[in-house]
Design a protein around this ligand. Structure first.
Ligand code: COA
Length: 183
């Protein structure tokens, strides 16, 4: 008996679109409470309020419209695995003093049910390439020193200038790893 080879899964960074909205809301419900910072996802309990303007909000954030104090313009892309929502990548188009200390250019989250399978490691180079397309030549990524999955993912993402700093995160002084990738 012959067996057909299983096609390799397709991982893409895509513009957020209405056809993935329900899947995104489901992922928020699964993942809420398991993120380093809640800005990158949305509270599923209030999805009825934000679902109708989410995609507009992303566009406005990219144009720098209506941002909270201290925020810079950013582009959000959804990571899809074989067409299903798998995570979010957020690319800050420039650094603020706060982002230089913690946050950097690139934030990423993988939905909870898909973690630990190599997706973050496979996706992060796509995020760096997207930052490059946006004109960022030196890409900063940061993680808390005790966030092992994130640190490993960033180490795998290629040669980087790395160092540790103390930074204030939500009022608490923490050790933060900095990774600068020259693209
Ligand atoms: C960080 C994150 C994006 C990594 O995505 P992921 O798909 O789970 O990561 P991978 O499966 O590619 O694993 C990356 C590394 O972490 C390690 N890892 C995974 N889960 C781990 C755990 N619970 N404890 C320790 N290491 C772990 C893996 O072994 C791998 O390292 P290795 O290749 O050296 O063995 C994901 O965990 C996440 O969304 N976390 C919450 C948000 C966050 O912290 N974002 C990063 C801010 S920069």
């Amino acid at each position: 008996m012959t067996t057909c080879p299983t096609p390799a899964p397709t991982l893409r960074l895509e513009t957020p679109s209405p056809d993935l909205l329900d899947d995104y809301i489901q992922a928020c419900a699964e993942t809420w409470g398991h993120v380093h910072n809640s800005y990158i996802l949305h509270d599923p309990a209030t999805a009825h309020e934000w679902r109708s303007h989410l995609l507009d909000d992303y566009r406005r954030q990219e144009q720098g419209l209506g941002l909270p104090d201290g925020f810079v313009p950013s582009r959000t892309r959804w990571l899809t695995l074989d067409g299903r929502y798998a995570g979010t990548v957020n690319i800050r188009l420039r650094l603020s003093p706060q982002l230089e200390r913690y946050g950097g250019h690139v934030g990423i989250v993988i939905r909870l049910g898909l973690r630990g399978q190599g997706l973050g490691t496979a996706a992060f180079p796509l995020a760096i390439a997207e930052a490059h397309r946006l004109g960022i030549r030196e890409v900063l990524a940061t993680c808390e020193a005790d966030n092992a999955p994130s640190r490993q993912m960033l180490l795998h993402a290629g040669p980087a200038r790395t160092y540790r700093r103390r930074a204030d995160i939500d009022g608490v002084e923490r050790d933060v790893c900095h990774f600068w990738y020259v693209v």
